[in-house]
Design a protein around this ligand. Structure first.
Ligand code: CMP
Length: 137
């Protein structure tokens, strides 16, 4: 069993897609180990995306991620990291495969509905950024 961090981003929450995305998560065999809706502070978003701080899209990304509520999730299943990335589809919704979450619910490369960890090291950092150990035990 592997864990990954998923986020339903402010665009998808505001457009009312939370239920449909949670259904897709469960339909794909993930167990929801922990879940919380919250509005990120700039400090929380900047720390989470610190790896991107030199990128030209960083300030826009932080404004977007703090504009309204997000849903933070710890998902668990076999091969959870890769499987969740497959279910989400490509970062850019225009390039994502039909039926993927970003194709169905994303708007553009920034407002792309969901986030997922990209490696075991990233998942460990991202899960610990938002959840306490006891919530994931
Ligand atoms: P995510 O998987 O959360 O990881 C970093 C985020 O930055 C990404 O999804 C997008 O929301 C955003 N992003 C990545 N590339 C670009 C880009 N070229 N322009 C704007 N936003 C981007």
């Amino acid at each position: 069993m592997e864990k990954t961090l998923a986020i339903i981003k402010p665009d998808a929450v505001a457009l009312g897609y939370t239920g449909a995305i949670l259904s897709a998560i469960l339909d794909n065999g993930f167990r929801i180990k922990a879940m919380r809706q919250t509005t990120l502070t700039r400090a929380q978003a900047e720390g989470f995306y610190a790896v991107h701080r030199e990128k030209p899209f960083f300030q826009g990304l932080i404004s977007f991620m703090t504009e309204g509520p997000v849903v933070l999730l710890c998902l668990e299943r076999e091969d959870a990291i890769q499987k969740w990335r497959q279910v989400m589809g490509a970062t850019n919704p225009e390039k994502a495969e039909e039926g993927t979450i970003r194709k169905r619910f994303g708007t553009n490369i920034e407002r792309n509905a969901t986030h997922g960890s990209d490696s075991p090291e990233t998942a460990a950092f991202e899960l610990s950024w938002f959840f306490a150990g006891w919530e994931l035990a």
